[in-house]
Ligand binder design. Structure first.
Ligand code: GLY
Length: 358
């Protein structure tokens, strides 16, 4: 085990996020000591590693494995019901625990299953993707989708601990790693410009999980998320800044029927938000240019189809994050200073879209 970093989320109770290599042996100690049964929720691609986790947890506990479909296919009520069935058949009690072992969709599902079983049992999240580590597994948002939309059913259910073992990223494709990095870039623009400097210095090394730059970026992004959700678990205020790039990004994901990676859609969404910030007289040309250059250096998309605006606008207006029918966007006053732009004029939105339309 190499040296690990611990980031604490302040709360009641708070929890630790441990970042390092070879840290899966910490899982046993992260579980509630009284847990006699542990349900490990994992996708098919991690079946062998889930077996290893089972073995590492020893004989003192009964470890149940729930193999679930990966990505959005796993975030369905039928899949949650399968997990509940496994728990029910094993007489899973209130003192037992769930482990989410997978990407963001799997940790969302595992958290939801934990939040709902007997009105809530402990969950330890072990994210296996960049996106899971810097976003989904941290902050206690859990949920599943319905036919009507994403994340419409869920609960705020903070984990007992999060273990980010960077060894797990070695099997990800470079595309997956880079797409997950979009959320890291977001952290750079809304809070930690050091991330942006590291990308500019070496955009290749920064997405290599074995580089010091990668580790530093992941730690900074997690630290940012931990601090925000520690202050505002239920998104009553500050947490909304995490939606930078997400209002248009979600609409693009919807238009693409979720075949685009989340990070790619968020990348375009951030470009739109930056242009909107500039046109609203808040952000400088240089900062917008810098954001475009950084996303391009990483190979992330910054444009979208020119004719798609009416459809995207209609989807955004339905977005659950619009309050009282009014569209809200997170924009930047400058790098590191996000703020809310409420009900901007549609002509301003259209002008911003023109700047990113290809
Ligand atoms: N992914 C946004 C949030 O956790 O609030």
């Amino acid at each position: 085990m190499s040296e690990s970093t611990v980031v604490t989320v302040i709360g009641d109770p708070g929890y630790d996020i441990t970042i390092g290599r070879g840290i899966l042996p910490l899982l046993a100690g992260a579980l509630p000591p009284e847990a006699r049964k542990v349900l490990v929720v994992h996708p098919p691609t991690l079946a062998a590693q889930a077996e290893e986790l089972r073995a590492s947890l020893g004989d003192e506990r009964q470890v149940l494995l729930a193999e679930v479909p990966d990505a959005e296919q796993g975030k369905r009520v039928e899949v949650a019901a399968f997990c509940w069935q496994v728990m029910g058949q094993a007489d899973f009690t209130r003192t037992d625990a769930v482990v989410g072992f997978g990407g963001g969709a799997v940790t969302d599902l595992a958290g939801f299953v934990a939040a709902t079983w007997l009105r809530g049992v402990a969950v330890v999240q072990v994210p296996t993707t960049v996106l899971g580590m810097v976003d989904a597994a941290v902050g206690g948002k859990t949920g599943i989708n319905t036919a009507e939309g994403k994340n419409l059913v869920g609960a705020f259910w903070p984990p007992r601990a999060v273990l980010c073992d960077l060894d797990l990223l070695d099997t990800l494709s470079p595309n997956e790693r880079v797409a997950g990095f979009a959320e890291v870039v977001k952290a750079g623009f809304i809070r930690h410009p050091e991330i942006l400097d590291l990308i500019e210095v070496d955009p290749v090394a920064v997405v290599d999980p074995h580089s010091a730059a990668f580790r530093r970026c992941i730690e900074l992004a997690i630290e940012m998320k931990a601090q925000v959700v520690g202050e505002d678990l239920r998104e009553n205020g500050l947490r909304e800044v995490l939606n930078y790039g997400h209002t248009l990004g979600h609409a693009i994901e919807h238009a693409e029927r979720y075949r685009w990676r989340h990070g790619a859609a968020i990348s375009v969404g951030m470009m739109f938000a930056a242009e909107l910030s500039r046109l609203a007289g808040r952000l400088s040309d240089a900062a917008v240019h810098r954001q475009r250059r950084i996303l391009e250096l990483l190979g992330l998309p910054t444009t979208y189809r020119a004719g798609a605006w009416p459809q995207l606008l209609a989807t955004m207006q339905r977005d659950k994050k619009s309050r009282g029918g009014m569209l809200r966007f997170i924009v930047l006053d400058e790098v590191g200073r996000p703020t809310v732009l409420q009900a901007p004029d549609e002509s301003l939105l259209y002008a911003a879209y023109q700047e990113i339309a290809a």
